[in-house]
Write a protein that binds this ligand. Structure first.
Ligand SMILES: O=C[C@H](O)COP(=O)(O)O
Length: 348
């Protein structure tokens, strides 16, 4: 039997978290979300988290994406939600200040005026939560989005591999914060996971969190490199215990980027951490999410696994360079019944 997710699901109604957590801890919303302070490294707690079974996760994903459909009439509202939860990203070797300025202009005005008017939201401000850039472009982006409420996220720590001395990586974080970054996306050295060097990984992330100060810390695991779901789960737990505000799947540069089964394993780790500590950790799938349909699958997964609070930008982001373009095309199709040419949706 299939069921339908409605536009009303985006309203104030909150799907309860699992019974134990919901009973013990009120779920804060919006800006009342308390920042994760981290906890001591607890290897016993990490090991106690249910082992991950790939076929069970795949079955759950198949059931969520096939049986929990979003009706056509409601899709526009959900796609606008995807935009509000987006880190609009440019992370290319040929990035320039001009390209970053164009990206920021797109974030400030994500759709043509006629699309806003057609959807009946001309008076509303719907924009990506952040723009995400390399460190050298932080100051440019900060200047370009000033006064709009859009955050600037910087990929620091020798993105995308994380293979520089820790002192160099920490200096890069500090430089991005000095230039005005609100959020820092760091990568972990994957070798620490392969060697099960959990203490070293924990200590590195604790140092990174300290270097961030008030800027929020997103920890990229590079899941496509980690070989097993167990590694993904354990690395997720270490990152949260070390004080991550978000855990993020991928850099966009691995051969396999964000996939729903791996995302589900990370989401289950977030749930386990919440049940243990009461803290809500954000989730950012990134890399290869380029279609409106894919964004809806991810939103359904968040809604069904963690509940309504994880449909807010405080707790959920897409890291994506081209998703916004496809969402704009789909919204236009929703309004007019046809697709316009790609050049009408020029991105940075
Ligand atoms: O963090 C964001 C990713 O690098 C973006 O990846 P993408 O270009 O595949 O959308």
């Amino acid at each position: 039997m299939s069921s339908t997710i409605r536009e009303a699901d985006l309203g104030t109604k909150v799907t309860p978290l699992p019974a134990r957590a919901a009973a013990n801890t009120p779920v804060p919303l919006d800006h009342r979300i308390a920042r994760n302070p981290g906890m001591k490294l607890d290897l016993g707690f990490m090991e106690s988290v249910r082992s991950v079974n790939r076929s069970a996760l795949e079955r759950r994903v198949a059931s969520l994406t096939k049986r929990r459909s979003i009706k056509a009439d409601n899709q526009a509202a959900w796609l606008l939600r995807a935009v509000a939860c987006m880190d609009l990203t440019t992370l290319n070797s040929n990035d320039t200040e001009e390209r970053v300025r164009r990206l920021c202009a797109k974030a400030i005005n994500p759709f043509r005026r006629d699309i806003f008017e057609g959807l009946g939201i001309a008076g509303e401000t719907i924009r990506p939560a952040a723009v995400c850039v390399y460190h050298p472009f932080v100051a440019t982006a900060v200047d370009a989005v000033r006064g709009t409420g859009i955050h600037v996220a910087a990929v620091s720590t020798a993105f995308p591999h994380g293979l520089a001395p820790l002192s160099t990586r920490l200096q890069e974080i500090e430089a991005s914060v000095r230039d005005g970054a609100d959020e820092i996306d760091v990568v972990i050295p994957r070798g620490l996971v392969f060697g099960a060097k959990w203490r070293e990984l924990y200590n590195e992330i604790v140092s990174m969190r300290a270097a961030c100060g008030d800027a929020h810390l997103k920890v990229i695991l590079g899941t496509g490199d980690l070989a097993t779901l167990r590694n993904v789960m354990l690395a997720s737990m270490v990152a949260m215990m070390a004080g991550a505000d978000f855990i993020k799947t991928s850099t966009g540069k691995e051969s396999v980027n964000a996939t729903l089964p791996v995302g589900l394993a990370m989401v289950r780790a977030i749930r386990a951490y919440f049940e243990e500590t009461g803290y809500l950790i954000g989730f950012k799938p990134a890399g290869g999410i380029s279609t409106a349909k894919a964004s809806l699958d991810w939103l359904v997964l968040m809604k069904e696994e963690l509940g309504r609070p994880w449909l807010e930008p405080e707790l959920f982001r897409f890291g994506a360079s081209s998703l916004l373009t496809d969402i704009e095309r789909q919204l236009e199709h929703h309004l007019t019944g046809h697709y316009s040419a790609n050049h009408r949706h020029a991105m940075a």
